[in-house]
Design a protein. Structure first.
Length: 302
Protein backbone atom coordinates (compact mmCIF):
# COMPACT_ATOMS: atom_id res chain seq x y z
CA UNK A 1 0.00 0.00 0.00
CA UNK A 2 1.42 3.39 -0.99
CA UNK A 3 1.99 6.19 1.51
CA UNK A 4 -0.55 8.31 -0.38
CA UNK A 5 -3.31 5.74 0.16
CA UNK A 6 -2.79 5.92 3.94
CA UNK A 7 -4.33 9.41 4.01
CA UNK A 8 -7.00 9.77 6.69
CA UNK A 9 -10.55 10.77 5.92
CA UNK A 10 -11.09 14.47 6.85
CA UNK A 11 -13.71 14.22 9.61
CA UNK A 12 -14.97 17.76 9.05
CA UNK A 13 -16.63 16.43 5.90
CA UNK A 14 -18.59 13.96 8.01
CA UNK A 15 -19.63 16.73 10.40
CA UNK A 16 -20.83 18.88 7.50
CA UNK A 17 -22.82 16.02 5.94
CA UNK A 18 -24.48 15.08 9.25
CA UNK A 19 -25.44 18.73 9.80
CA UNK A 20 -27.02 18.86 6.32
CA UNK A 21 -28.99 15.65 6.89
CA UNK A 22 -30.30 16.97 10.21
CA UNK A 23 -31.31 20.20 8.47
CA UNK A 24 -33.36 18.15 6.01
CA UNK A 25 -35.24 16.50 8.87
CA UNK A 26 -35.81 19.91 10.51
CA UNK A 27 -36.88 21.88 7.44
CA UNK A 28 -38.91 19.41 5.37
CA UNK A 29 -42.04 17.42 6.08
CA UNK A 30 -41.61 14.39 3.79
CA UNK A 31 -37.96 13.73 2.85
CA UNK A 32 -36.56 10.56 1.28
CA UNK A 33 -33.07 9.24 0.60
CA UNK A 34 -32.43 8.29 -3.04
CA UNK A 35 -30.74 4.90 -2.88
CA UNK A 36 -29.06 3.14 -5.81
CA UNK A 37 -27.03 0.55 -3.92
CA UNK A 38 -23.85 2.33 -5.01
CA UNK A 39 -21.04 3.45 -2.72
CA UNK A 40 -22.23 7.07 -2.45
CA UNK A 41 -25.79 6.23 -1.41
CA UNK A 42 -24.46 3.55 0.97
CA UNK A 43 -22.26 6.25 2.52
CA UNK A 44 -25.35 8.46 2.90
CA UNK A 45 -27.10 5.70 4.84
CA UNK A 46 -24.18 5.50 7.29
CA UNK A 47 -24.21 9.28 7.70
CA UNK A 48 -27.98 9.26 8.31
CA UNK A 49 -27.51 6.53 10.93
CA UNK A 50 -25.02 8.73 12.75
CA UNK A 51 -27.22 11.82 12.37
CA UNK A 52 -30.12 10.26 14.26
CA UNK A 53 -28.52 7.58 16.46
CA UNK A 54 -29.85 5.88 18.56
CA UNK A 55 -33.15 6.44 16.73
CA UNK A 56 -33.94 4.89 13.35
CA UNK A 57 -33.42 6.90 10.18
CA UNK A 58 -36.69 8.88 10.06
CA UNK A 59 -37.26 8.77 6.30
CA UNK A 60 -37.48 6.01 3.68
CA UNK A 61 -35.04 4.90 1.01
CA UNK A 62 -36.35 5.40 -2.53
CA UNK A 63 -34.88 3.30 -5.32
CA UNK A 64 -35.77 3.80 -8.98
CA UNK A 65 -35.22 0.37 -10.53
CA UNK A 66 -34.51 0.40 -14.27
CA UNK A 67 -34.98 -3.35 -14.53
CA UNK A 68 -31.41 -3.47 -15.86
CA UNK A 69 -29.58 -3.12 -12.54
CA UNK A 70 -26.70 -5.33 -11.46
CA UNK A 71 -28.09 -8.28 -9.44
CA UNK A 72 -25.31 -7.85 -6.86
CA UNK A 73 -26.50 -4.29 -6.22
CA UNK A 74 -30.14 -5.29 -5.76
CA UNK A 75 -29.17 -8.08 -3.37
CA UNK A 76 -27.09 -5.64 -1.33
CA UNK A 77 -29.94 -3.10 -1.29
CA UNK A 78 -32.41 -5.59 0.10
CA UNK A 79 -29.94 -6.96 2.65
CA UNK A 80 -29.01 -3.49 3.94
CA UNK A 81 -32.64 -2.38 4.27
CA UNK A 82 -33.49 -5.54 6.18
CA UNK A 83 -30.47 -5.37 8.52
CA UNK A 84 -31.09 -1.72 9.44
CA UNK A 85 -34.89 -2.01 9.51
CA UNK A 86 -35.21 0.74 6.92
CA UNK A 87 -38.32 1.55 4.94
CA UNK A 88 -37.48 0.74 1.31
CA UNK A 89 -39.69 2.04 -1.51
CA UNK A 90 -39.01 0.78 -5.03
CA UNK A 91 -40.53 2.18 -8.20
CA UNK A 92 -39.94 0.59 -11.58
CA UNK A 93 -39.09 2.11 -14.96
CA UNK A 94 -40.90 -0.83 -16.57
CA UNK A 95 -44.15 0.46 -15.08
CA UNK A 96 -43.56 3.86 -16.68
CA UNK A 97 -42.96 2.15 -20.02
CA UNK A 98 -46.11 0.02 -19.64
CA UNK A 99 -48.13 3.15 -18.86
CA UNK A 100 -46.85 4.91 -21.98
CA UNK A 101 -45.07 7.59 -19.95
CA UNK A 102 -41.59 6.53 -21.07
CA UNK A 103 -40.45 5.08 -24.38
CA UNK A 104 -37.96 2.23 -24.54
CA UNK A 105 -34.84 3.17 -26.49
CA UNK A 106 -33.73 1.06 -29.42
CA UNK A 107 -30.46 0.44 -31.18
CA UNK A 108 -26.92 -0.48 -30.21
CA UNK A 109 -26.63 2.04 -27.36
CA UNK A 110 -30.15 1.71 -25.97
CA UNK A 111 -30.37 2.30 -22.23
CA UNK A 112 -33.03 2.92 -19.62
CA UNK A 113 -30.86 5.24 -17.56
CA UNK A 114 -32.46 8.48 -18.76
CA UNK A 115 -35.94 6.96 -18.37
CA UNK A 116 -35.46 6.96 -14.60
CA UNK A 117 -36.36 10.65 -14.61
CA UNK A 118 -39.99 9.95 -15.50
CA UNK A 119 -40.33 7.30 -12.81
CA UNK A 120 -38.61 9.45 -10.19
CA UNK A 121 -40.80 12.50 -10.82
CA UNK A 122 -43.92 10.34 -10.69
CA UNK A 123 -42.76 8.81 -7.39
CA UNK A 124 -42.09 12.26 -5.90
CA UNK A 125 -45.58 13.40 -6.88
CA UNK A 126 -47.26 10.17 -5.75
CA UNK A 127 -45.53 10.07 -2.36
CA UNK A 128 -45.51 13.85 -1.83
CA UNK A 129 -41.78 14.03 -1.11
CA UNK A 130 -40.61 17.61 -0.65
CA UNK A 131 -36.90 16.76 -0.37
CA UNK A 132 -34.84 13.93 -1.85
CA UNK A 133 -31.33 13.32 -0.51
CA UNK A 134 -28.84 12.18 -3.14
CA UNK A 135 -25.20 11.17 -3.28
CA UNK A 136 -24.02 13.46 -6.10
CA UNK A 137 -20.60 15.04 -5.64
CA UNK A 138 -19.22 18.15 -7.32
CA UNK A 139 -16.07 16.35 -8.45
CA UNK A 140 -18.00 13.82 -10.54
CA UNK A 141 -18.94 15.94 -13.55
CA UNK A 142 -18.97 19.62 -14.47
CA UNK A 143 -22.77 19.93 -14.34
CA UNK A 144 -22.67 18.58 -10.78
CA UNK A 145 -20.35 21.44 -9.80
CA UNK A 146 -23.19 23.93 -10.39
CA UNK A 147 -25.37 22.35 -7.73
CA UNK A 148 -26.15 23.91 -4.39
CA UNK A 149 -26.49 21.66 -1.33
CA UNK A 150 -30.22 22.44 -1.32
CA UNK A 151 -31.00 22.31 -5.06
CA UNK A 152 -34.47 23.68 -5.79
CA UNK A 153 -36.61 22.00 -8.47
CA UNK A 154 -39.71 23.66 -9.90
CA UNK A 155 -43.26 22.29 -9.92
CA UNK A 156 -42.33 20.18 -12.97
CA UNK A 157 -39.28 18.73 -11.20
CA UNK A 158 -36.88 20.62 -13.42
CA UNK A 159 -33.58 22.24 -12.46
CA UNK A 160 -32.52 25.75 -13.48
CA UNK A 161 -29.01 26.82 -12.55
CA UNK A 162 -30.09 30.50 -12.51
CA UNK A 163 -32.74 29.85 -9.84
CA UNK A 164 -30.37 28.31 -7.32
CA UNK A 165 -29.90 30.18 -4.06
CA UNK A 166 -26.60 31.34 -2.56
CA UNK A 167 -25.51 29.34 0.47
CA UNK A 168 -23.25 31.84 2.19
CA UNK A 169 -21.69 30.73 5.48
CA UNK A 170 -23.38 27.33 5.12
CA UNK A 171 -26.89 28.74 5.54
CA UNK A 172 -29.36 26.30 3.97
CA UNK A 173 -32.72 27.71 2.86
CA UNK A 174 -35.34 25.00 2.51
CA UNK A 175 -38.27 27.32 1.82
CA UNK A 176 -40.17 26.18 -1.27
CA UNK A 177 -43.42 27.07 -3.00
CA UNK A 178 -46.32 24.68 -3.40
CA UNK A 179 -45.41 21.94 -5.87
CA UNK A 180 -41.68 22.54 -5.71
CA UNK A 181 -39.20 20.13 -4.17
CA UNK A 182 -35.53 20.09 -3.26
CA UNK A 183 -32.68 17.70 -4.03
CA UNK A 184 -30.17 17.64 -1.20
CA UNK A 185 -26.50 16.69 -1.63
CA UNK A 186 -24.77 16.20 1.75
CA UNK A 187 -21.52 14.90 0.25
CA UNK A 188 -21.20 17.57 -2.46
CA UNK A 189 -17.78 18.58 -1.18
CA UNK A 190 -16.40 15.04 -1.00
CA UNK A 191 -14.18 13.47 -3.65
CA UNK A 192 -14.20 9.89 -4.86
CA UNK A 193 -11.14 9.29 -2.70
CA UNK A 194 -12.87 10.80 0.34
CA UNK A 195 -15.73 8.31 -0.09
CA UNK A 196 -13.38 5.34 -0.25
CA UNK A 197 -11.34 6.51 2.74
CA UNK A 198 -14.57 6.89 4.70
CA UNK A 199 -15.74 3.42 3.70
CA UNK A 200 -12.38 2.02 4.84
CA UNK A 201 -12.33 3.85 8.17
CA UNK A 202 -15.97 3.05 8.94
CA UNK A 203 -15.76 -0.58 7.78
CA UNK A 204 -18.80 -0.14 5.54
CA UNK A 205 -19.91 -3.06 3.41
CA UNK A 206 -20.33 -2.56 -0.35
CA UNK A 207 -21.57 -4.70 -3.27
CA UNK A 208 -19.08 -7.24 -4.56
CA UNK A 209 -18.93 -5.69 -8.05
CA UNK A 210 -16.70 -2.90 -6.69
CA UNK A 211 -14.00 -5.52 -6.14
CA UNK A 212 -12.04 -7.33 -8.86
CA UNK A 213 -13.89 -10.42 -10.09
CA UNK A 214 -14.23 -12.54 -13.21
CA UNK A 215 -17.04 -11.43 -15.50
CA UNK A 216 -18.25 -11.85 -19.07
CA UNK A 217 -17.54 -8.65 -20.98
CA UNK A 218 -17.37 -7.24 -24.48
CA UNK A 219 -15.09 -4.52 -25.80
CA UNK A 220 -16.80 -1.57 -27.46
CA UNK A 221 -15.54 1.93 -28.27
CA UNK A 222 -12.41 1.37 -26.22
CA UNK A 223 -14.41 0.51 -23.09
CA UNK A 224 -15.21 -2.71 -21.26
CA UNK A 225 -18.95 -3.34 -21.18
CA UNK A 226 -20.54 -5.95 -18.89
CA UNK A 227 -22.21 -8.58 -21.03
CA UNK A 228 -25.88 -9.09 -20.20
CA UNK A 229 -29.17 -9.96 -21.84
CA UNK A 230 -30.01 -6.24 -21.84
CA UNK A 231 -27.01 -5.19 -23.93
CA UNK A 232 -27.61 -5.03 -27.69
CA UNK A 233 -24.52 -6.67 -29.16
CA UNK A 234 -23.42 -7.02 -32.77
CA UNK A 235 -22.01 -10.23 -34.29
CA UNK A 236 -18.45 -8.91 -34.21
CA UNK A 237 -18.56 -8.24 -30.47
CA UNK A 238 -17.12 -11.35 -28.89
CA UNK A 239 -17.89 -12.23 -25.28
CA UNK A 240 -14.71 -12.59 -23.21
CA UNK A 241 -14.02 -13.61 -19.63
CA UNK A 242 -11.91 -10.99 -17.84
CA UNK A 243 -11.03 -9.87 -14.32
CA UNK A 244 -12.66 -6.47 -13.85
CA UNK A 245 -14.32 -4.23 -11.30
CA UNK A 246 -16.64 -1.21 -11.40
CA UNK A 247 -15.75 2.29 -10.16
CA UNK A 248 -19.33 3.46 -10.41
CA UNK A 249 -22.63 1.59 -10.46
CA UNK A 250 -25.57 2.37 -12.70
CA UNK A 251 -27.72 0.69 -15.31
CA UNK A 252 -25.93 -2.36 -16.77
CA UNK A 253 -26.31 -0.91 -20.27
CA UNK A 254 -24.37 2.28 -19.56
CA UNK A 255 -21.77 1.40 -16.91
CA UNK A 256 -18.34 0.32 -18.08
CA UNK A 257 -15.90 -1.79 -16.08
CA UNK A 258 -12.15 -1.39 -15.64
CA UNK A 259 -9.52 -4.10 -15.67
CA UNK A 260 -8.33 -4.49 -12.12
CA UNK A 261 -6.78 -6.76 -9.53
CA UNK A 262 -8.02 -4.64 -6.61
CA UNK A 263 -9.82 -7.09 -4.35
CA UNK A 264 -9.88 -4.99 -1.17
CA UNK A 265 -10.39 -1.36 -0.15
CA UNK A 266 -6.67 -0.56 0.03
CA UNK A 267 -6.21 -1.89 -3.50
CA UNK A 268 -9.11 0.24 -4.76
CA UNK A 269 -7.67 3.38 -3.17
CA UNK A 270 -4.21 2.72 -4.64
CA UNK A 271 -5.84 2.20 -8.04
CA UNK A 272 -7.81 5.46 -7.85
CA UNK A 273 -4.66 7.38 -6.98
CA UNK A 274 -3.05 6.08 -10.18
CA UNK A 275 -6.12 6.50 -12.42
CA UNK A 276 -5.81 8.73 -15.49
CA UNK A 277 -9.56 8.97 -16.21
CA UNK A 278 -12.29 10.28 -13.96
CA UNK A 279 -14.83 8.11 -12.17
CA UNK A 280 -17.60 9.22 -14.57
CA UNK A 281 -15.34 8.29 -17.47
CA UNK A 282 -16.83 4.83 -17.08
CA UNK A 283 -20.41 6.11 -17.43
CA UNK A 284 -21.36 5.71 -21.08
CA UNK A 285 -24.53 7.80 -20.73
CA UNK A 286 -22.38 10.87 -19.99
CA UNK A 287 -20.68 10.49 -23.39
CA UNK A 288 -23.83 10.98 -25.48
CA UNK A 289 -23.10 14.69 -25.79
CA UNK A 290 -20.90 17.37 -24.21
CA UNK A 291 -23.82 18.51 -22.04
CA UNK A 292 -25.51 15.14 -21.49
CA UNK A 293 -25.59 15.34 -17.68
CA UNK A 294 -26.76 18.95 -17.62
CA UNK A 295 -29.65 18.24 -20.00
CA UNK A 296 -30.78 15.28 -17.88
CA UNK A 297 -30.61 17.40 -14.73
CA UNK A 298 -32.71 20.13 -16.34
CA UNK A 299 -35.36 17.51 -17.09
CA UNK A 300 -35.47 16.31 -13.48
CA UNK A 301 -32.67 13.74 -13.28
CA UNK A 302 -31.03 12.96 -9.93
Amino acid sequence: MSNFSKRKFPRQLEDEAIHIIREVAAQFERPALLFSGGKDSITLVRLAQKAFYPARIPFPLLHIDTGHNFPETLDFRDQLAAELHLDLIVRYVQDSINQGKAKEETGKYASRNALQTVTLLDAIEELKFDACIGGARRDEEKARAKERVFSVRDEFGQWDAKRQRPEVFGILNGKINLGENVRVFPISNWTELDVWNYIREEGIGIPSIYYAHERDIIERDGLIWPHSEFLHTSPDEVVQRRVVRFRTVGDMTCTAAVESLADDIDGIIDEILRAVISERGARIDDKRSEAAMEKRKQQGYF
